[in-house]
Design a binder for this molecule. Structure first.
Ligand code: 4NP
Length: 149
């Protein structure tokens, strides 16, 4: 299973989601891979936000080596599951799909934490609350592994 985490900037939410899921994949010895991307081009080549790096580090994960990249239509071919952090990300990803099979790969991340809620991962770029984001992503990643492994 190849999973892509997607947010707007690829510096706050999706790099943290990538780091958390990678850690759980390793702990569970799964043959999965995970990557992340942003729908915008704003932070291509940039490291994660210092708040995301710090909360990851507090939880034993090093995400400082990640670099921002932009989501592209070719990601639909590469990945089995594309997880959007909020509904704007979801719509922007869907806008680049070319058929139903590609659309079906896209899901809202927090429906793994709170099924059917269509909740957004609050953007810590604006809220400053990286702990809240870590806790939500941690729960979603645990449930994702439980459901899909
Ligand atoms: P992210 O947060 O989508 O979780 O990476 C943001 C990062 C940067 C900006 C907005 C949101 N920005 O406006 O540059």
């Amino acid at each position: 299973m190849k999973i892509l985490m997607v947010c707007l900037g690829n510096i706050c939410r999706s790099p943290l989601a990538e780091g958390i899921l990678r850690s759980k994949i390793e702990n569970a010895n799964l043959n999965w891979s995970v990557d992340s991307a942003g729908t915008s081009s704003w932070h291509i080549g940039a490291p994660p936000h210092k708040g995301s790096i710090a909360i990851a580090k507090e939880n034993g994960m090093d995400i400082s080596g990640q670099r921002g990249r932009q989501f592209s239509g070719s990601d639909f071919k590469e990945f089995d599951l594309i997880l959007a952090m909020d509904s704007e990300n979801y719509q922007n990803i869907i806008g680049l799909s070319i058929d139903q099979s590609q659309e079906d790969k896209v899901k809202l991340m927090l429906n793994y934490a709170h099924p059917g809620s269509n909740m957004a991962v609050p953007d810590p770029y604006y809220t400053g609350d990286f702990q809240e984001v870590f806790d939500l992503l941690n729960l979603a990643c645990s449930n994702l592994i439980e459901q899909e492994a």
